[in-house]
Design a protein around this ligand. Sequence first.
Ligand code: MG
Length: 383
Amino acid sequence: MAVAAIIVAGGRGHRAGGERPKQLQFLLGRPVYAWSVAAFLAHSAVDETVLVVPEGRTQDYDPKWRKGVRLVEGGATRSQSVRNGLAALTLGPADRVLIHDAARPGLQCGDIDQLLAALDTHDAAAPALIVSDALKRRQDGQLQTVLRDHLYRVQTPQAFHYAGIRTALEAADTPLVDDLAAVEQRGARIALTEGRERLSKITYPGDFEHMERLLQPPSAAIRVGTGYDVHAFEPGTFVTLCGCRIPHDAGLAGHSDADVGWHALTDAIFGALALGDLGDHFPPSDPKWKGADSAVFLSEALRLITARGYALESCDLTIICEAPKVKPHRQAMIDRTAMVTGLSADRISIKATTTEGLGFTGRREGMAAQAVAVLAPTPSMTG
Ligand code: MG
């Protein structure tokens, strides 16, 4: 049976403040909607994901953050947006669909597992939390207690059999608070799965900070690695540093392009992952790497970071030499490193120092570089 996901990013979300709708604002380095996109893409049972966006606003959704999902334009109401999303799917009646609010970025694979399992025995399912605070209603200036017995806070994704939700939404003629409301009215058997604080909806400005705290991986999970590399000078006219060709009265000797900066950075990444060193992955004895562009080494290290559920958060490099002068090329080196790593430039530090004429770098026999790489687990998609 196929499974599809619909992420509804329809609303303007003015209550959350900010100049842009809340689903487009950034949360821990990615737009709010991109969190849900990533969660559905990470789940092996989800075959297709559709992102429903406000009519005429597709350009607000950067292709970088929605690779692998289809954009569908929404309608005037949330229900109409969901109907548009459902109509865009090619599902059989018994296939399953998960309908999710883009403003709930805390979705994890485990939540999806529970919902899909519940659909084996139910018509619909949604995560829910029992209300534990006292509930009051203010009416005509008077505060009244509302009995909270049997009250739930119902979240999303809400899971359905395709035919069931399509028919129910087509028949619904009043505005609905959520999609479950459409099938409740028809006596559907509904399962409530375990709700989560992190599945809460971002509604007010303060919710962003709260959600950041919920989604931030524990700092204990951060990994740090260091790298160090040296190459000797040889006759030549340029050196390659962090992917940039820098004119010099000598070149650097090495099996590859001898990019001492990126070698140190690549080693720092292998160090953070505890996966050996550059020589283990790219043996200098292998003729394949003769004259290789060190971007290849760095890209492989980056691939391993992703494969292990981490992301490169920041790096700090120090280039050690008397000459050439690094500073005039620093921005180009940062830009090249940003391009290969996908990091933004403000997370890449490249510094340079001399050794005051001391040692092999001071005698201009070669260059050295050291690097620190910081990796953080890719938050929340696999919990
Ligand atoms: Mg090297």
